[in-house]
Design a binder for this molecule. Structure first.
Ligand SMILES: Nc1ncnc2c1ncn2[C@@H]1O[C@H](COP(=O)(O)OP(=O)(O)O)[C@@H](O)[C@H]1O
Ligand SMILES: [Mg+2]
Length: 365
């Protein structure tokens, strides 16, 4: 049965995740691989995403360089595993989000799919989000359809929470006749990463240990939770355009100075509470919570989520048979399989699109 290779680099800009999987006759992961993103490329991505490096030439060169990195990640995975390229039906490449502004009618994922197809000799499917936007949706989140396909269980209410740079959830009602909903809950790791990077030049707070060493500042916490995004009804999605260092600085400037570790502790608490409020808004009684994305490795954050979701069992998706590190890349392999099979990939109830759509564009091998 044909294989599909998913490529994902999220808002954290920590690396390109690659997953080779099959979906027929049943779901199976064949191989995984992660290619790091250099500090230099990460800076160029963030400069472009925050508008500091804007020029059409820089955007074009970045689009090319990202494509080369995505192709390298795919080729690395293939070369590390004894799989003939001919067995891989298609690559599903998410691209690197440089801007996500559904309110202005656009979202921009970069990484030229023509170059990926050329360098891998494999059909490449990309640009999954814009068709949903064209149909009036947010173009995000797209992973809930995959979560439903993989993780829904009749008779048990489940919520899948993906904690990448941003966090998004998928509600999977035990009553499978009920609608599946999903939306971005707000920041995931992004503010935790930005703050420790500014204070200690580290990419992330290993195991959440630094955050765990600080004290939550209730004044800052209240101000952060006052953000109007949290009151918006779904469908909704967000990104670095809103939850950025600039956003945090405005709030820090409005309170008495506090210790750097207390800011980290408060950010972890804020992230956990914003996720748990979103879970509570679903109105399920004590659903099972399954975490995926890099945030699942932040032990402190996991403990705070468990504390704010009393009665719910908080586990990682590993319990359901899929390692939390590979869920998103597997979702883009799945979306490639859907498009390649002429099947829709979006859930209109999640994105707000006018209907189900076959997502993305196909770049032949
Ligand atoms: N051991 C760890 N301790 C704490 N946080 C971690 C750990 N490993 C990964 N992370 C967090 O996960 C993030 C990457 O998560 P990922 O799911 O790849 O996000 P994205 O989809 O935005 O790329 C890192 O930036 C970091 O914040
Ligand atoms: Mg990542």
């Amino acid at each position: 049965m044909p294989l599909y290779l998913g490529l994902m680099s999220g808002t954290s800009v920590d690396g390109v995740d690659a997953v080779l999987a099959r979906f027929e006759p049943g779901f199976e992961i064949i191989a995984t691989h992660s290619t790091p993103i250099s500090a230099e490329l990460k800076q160029r991505i963030l400069d472009m995403a925050t508008g500091k490096g804007e020029s059409i030439d820089k955007l074009g060169v970045l689009d090319k360089d990202l494509a080369d990195l995505f192709a390298e990640a795919a080729n690395n995975l293939i070369e590390a595993n004894p799989i003939p390229r001919s067995e891989i039906a298609a690559i599903g490449s998410h691209g690197q989000t440089l801007r996500h502004r559904p309110s202005l009618g656009f979202t921009l994922q970069s990484g030229d799919p023509s170059r990926i197809a050329e360098q891998t000799s494999i059909k490449t499917i990309a640009d999954f989000r814009r068709r949903d936007l064209a149909a009036g949706g947010q173009g995000a989140p797209l992973v809930p359809a995959f979560h439903r396909a993989l993780f829904q269980k009749s008779g048990t209410d489940r919520v899948i929470i993906n904690i990448g740079g941003m966090a998004n959830l998928t509600s999977l009602p035990g009553d499978t006749e009920q609608m599946v909903i999903g939306f971005d809950t707000g920041p995931g790791n992004v503010l935790l990463d930005e703050w420790i990077s500014l204070q200690q030049s580290k990419a992330y707070d290993q195991d959440g240990a630094w955050g765990a060493s600080g004290m939550v500042n209730s004044e800052l916490l209240e101000r952060l939770l006052d953000e109007p995004f949290f009151q918006l009804p779904p469908p909704k999605s967000t990104g670095r355009e809103l939850f950025s260092m600039d956003w945090l600085s405005i709030h820090l400037n409005n309170i008495s100075p506090i210790g750097a570790e207390d800011v980290q502790a408060t950010l972890a608490e804020f992230t956990a509470i914003s996720i748990c409020h979103a879970v509570a808004s679903l109105g399920m009684s004590s659903p099972e919570l399954y975490i995926c994305g890099g945030g699942a490795r932040n032990l402190h954050l996991m403990q705070r989520i468990a504390r704010h979701a009393p009665g719910s069992n908080v586990q990682s998706t590993a319990t359901l048979g899929l390692d939390p590190d590979w869920v998103e890349a597997a979702a883009f392999a799945w979306l490639a399989w859907r498009t390649d099979s002429a099947l829709s990939g979006n859930l209109p109830a999640v994105t707000g699109a006018a209907g189900e759509r076959i997502l993305g564009a196909i770049y032949p091998a």
